[in-house]
Design a protein around this ligand. Structure first.
Ligand code: BEZ
Ligand code: FE
Length: 291
């Protein structure tokens, strides 16, 4: 490209960057000026055509039209672009000894029921029974008692309760850790499932030759005063999608061993008939002020 044309293009960028110079907040100015530089840099690098830009606007318009209180296509877009995981990595850097964070996802629901320690979180969700337990503790090993642990998951058909007609509540709930920091509940073995892919984000995945699948997992949210909130999963070891998660959420430290059993006695002393599974995941929290 001739230097005169390059200079004209750069002048557009410089003018827009300067237009944010008077922003009321330093942070807002930093964000907007950097965004403009990167957006313009992208357009210049790929020599964006008018047709491509029109298609991008039409795509984002469809993402917006599909988004409402029940369907968040923008978050899904951020997830499949890896921006959600990058932002988590920036804000929740791995802290030595603490459990790692991963994506929150769109299937958490406020108002889930309290499940007593050892109780049933499945509430009729389909699947092989799974005994889930562990300890919530600080990095220094101190057990954290009375801490709220939320858990939610898909059933053996790979669907969350809110994806069914009606308003069933299954496969979700919360409990407080006991005096030893322990939590425990019965649920079902989670199954791999596709993220919602009947909208523009699904088209993006298809165009890229990517699958919409997430490896089987169980979600956790843990909040304890004085500690960094933890949003994480335990993934099922051996799942075929562990290396191709559509939202890039897998971390090796979060892959759990789900042991299989037939009959016998469960860890809570209950006699079992038929197949059941068990996983243990300790949830280790970093102090709020740790780096
Ligand atoms: C989930 O695991 O629930 C999820 C995360 C990101 C996008 C879609 C679903
Ligand atoms: Fe999920």
């Amino acid at each position: 490209m001739d230097s005169e044309r390059a200079a004209r293009e750069q002048a557009v960028t410089d003018e827009v960057v300067a237009s944010f110079g008077g922003a009321g907040s330093d942070r807002y100015r930093e964000l907007m000026q950097s965004l403009v530089r990167h957006l313009h840099g992208f357009a210049r690098e790929v020599r964006l055509t008018q047709g491509e830009w029109d298609a991008a606007i039409a795509f984002l318009t469809r993402v917006g039209h599909l988004t409402d209180e029940r369907r968040q296509e923008f978050i899904l877009l951020s997830d499949v672009l890896g921006l959600s995981m990058l932002t988590i990595g920036i804000n929740m850097p791995a802290s030595a000894g603490a459990t790692e964070s991963t994506v929150f996802g769109p299937f958490f629901v406020d108002g889930a029921p309290e499940i007593p320690l050892g109780g049933d979180l499945a509430q009729g969700a389909k699947g092989t029974p799974c005994y889930v337990s562990g300890q919530v503790r600080a990095v220094d090993g101190a057990p954290l008692a009375g801490v709220r642990v939320d858990a939610w998951q898909a059933d053996e058909d790979g669907r969350y309760d809110i994806q069914y007609e009606g308003d069933r509540t299954q496969g979700r709930g919360w409990q407080r850790t006991g005096g030893d920091g322990g939590y425990r509940f019965w649920s079902v073995l989670p199954t791999a499932y596709p993220i919602p892919h009947d909208g523009p984000v699904g088209e993006l995945l298809t165009a890229a030759g990517r699958e919409p699948m997430r490896p089987a997992h169980l979600h956790f949210k843990v909040a304890a005063p004085g500690y960094r909130p933890l949003i994480t999963h335990v993934f099922v070891d051996g799942d075929p999608y562990l290396r191709s998660d559509a939202v890039f959420g897998v971390k090796d430290s979060l892959i759990g061993r789900f042991t299989e059993h037939t009959g016998g006695t469960a860890p809570d002393g209950s006699p079992r008939h038929g197949r059941w599974t068990q996983v243990t995941l300790d949830l280790v929290l970093a102090r709020q002020d740790s780096s």
